[in-house]
Write a protein that binds this ligand. Structure first.
Ligand SMILES: Nc1ncnc2c1ncn2[C@@H]1O[C@H](COP(=O)(O)OP(=O)(O)O)[C@@H](O)[C@H]1O
Ligand SMILES: [Mg+2]
Length: 225
C-alpha cells in the first residue's frame, strides 16, 4: 500500500459540486510524483486532501496506514509536510529563529535540542544569516526556504509542495532542486504540484495529470535511483 492512499474520494467546498470526483490514488515514498494540469483542475485541492488538511465528503484518505479522519494535526504533521503555494501563509513568528523554535518549544522539546535543530535547519536551508530577521521582510526565495525549514524540523516522511518554483529565479530554483534532492536522499517521499515543465522533467519519476477534478493520466517515467 502507498504511504498516502486515496480511495474513492469526493470533495466539495461547502455546498458546491464535487471539485474532486471519485479519485483513487496511491503515492509511494520511493517516487518523486509531479501533479500537473490546467488552472482550476483541482491540483491544490488534491494536495490538501493528501496532506490531511481537507477531509473528503466521501471515500477515505489514509496516511501511513491510518484514516486521516482519525488523526490529530500533530500526528499528521509528523508524517506529511505541506508547503503552501504562498509560503507566507505558514509564517507566524517575529523572527526566523523563533519560526523554527516555537513549534518545538510548545511540544515541550528540551531547549538544547530545540537550539540544535533550529541551527541545523537554518544551515540546510541557507538562512543562518537571517536568524534575527523579521520573516515578512524576506524575499520570496528566503520565505520559501524558511517555510521548508519549518517543515524539515518535524522530520516528515512525505512532503507535498504546491507550485514551489513560482516566483523563483533560475539560481533559486537550483538551490530548491538541491534541497529537494537532499530530502529524497533521506528517503522522504515527494509530491510536487507544478506548472514548471523543466522542473517536472528534471525531477519526476511519476507524472499525474488532472483535468476537471479527475486524474486523466498517470505515467511512470522511471524508478528513482
Ligand atoms: N476555498 C475554496 N472555496 C471554494 N472553491 C474553491 C476553493 N478553492 C478552490 N476552489 C475551486 O476548486 C476548483 C479547483 O481549484 P484548485 O484545487 O485550486 O485547482 P488548481 O490548483 O489546479 O488550480 C476551482 O474551480 C476553484 O475555483
Ligand atoms: Mg493550485
Amino acid at each position: 500500500m502507498g504511504y498516502l492512499t486515496l480511495k474513492n474520494v469526493d470533495f466539495a467546498y461547502g455546498k458546491s459540486d464535487f471539485i474532486i470526483k471519485n479519485t483513487s490514488l496511491q503515492l509511494f515514498q520511493e517516487d518523486f510524483t509531479a501533479v500537473v494540469g490546467p488552472n482550476g483542475s483541482g491540483k491544490t485541492t488534491l494536495g490538501k486532501l493528501m496532506a490531511g488538511l481537507l477531509k473528503p465528503q466521501n471515500g477515505t484518505v489514509m496516511i501511513d496506514g491510518t484514516d486521516s479522519n482519525s488523526m490529530s494535526l500533530g500526528a499528521i504533521g509528523k508524517r506529511v509536510g505541506y508547503l503552501f503555494q504562498n509560503p507566507e501563509k505558514q509564517i507566524f513568528a517575529p523572527t526566523v529563529y523563533e519560526e523554527l523554535t516555537f513549534p518545538l518549544e510548545i511540544k515541550g522539546t528540551e531547549k538544547k535540542v530545540v537550539e540544535r535543530k533550529a541551527k541545523e535547519a537554518m544551515e540546510v536551508f541557507q538562512i543562518s544569516h537571517l536568524s534575527k530577521a523579521f520573516p515578512f521582510t524576506l524575499s520570496q526565495g528566503e520565505k520559501q526556504r524558511l517555510a521548508l525549514a519549518a517543515i524539515f524540523i518535524h522530520e516528515p516522511k512525505f512532503l507535498i509542495l504546491d507550485e514551489p518554483t513560482t516566483g523563483l529565479d533560475k539560481e533559486r530554483k537550483v538551490v530548491l532542486s538541491g534541497i529537494l534532492k537532499n530530502f529524497q536522499h533521506e528517503g522522504v517521499g515527494m509530491v510536487v504540484i507544478s506548472h514548471d515543465e523543466a522542473f517536472v522533467e528534471e525531477h519526476a519519476t511519476r507524472v499525474i495529470k488532472m483535468m476537471g477534478g479527475k486524474i486523466i493520466e498517470d505515467t511512470r517515467k522511471s524508478f528513482r535511483s
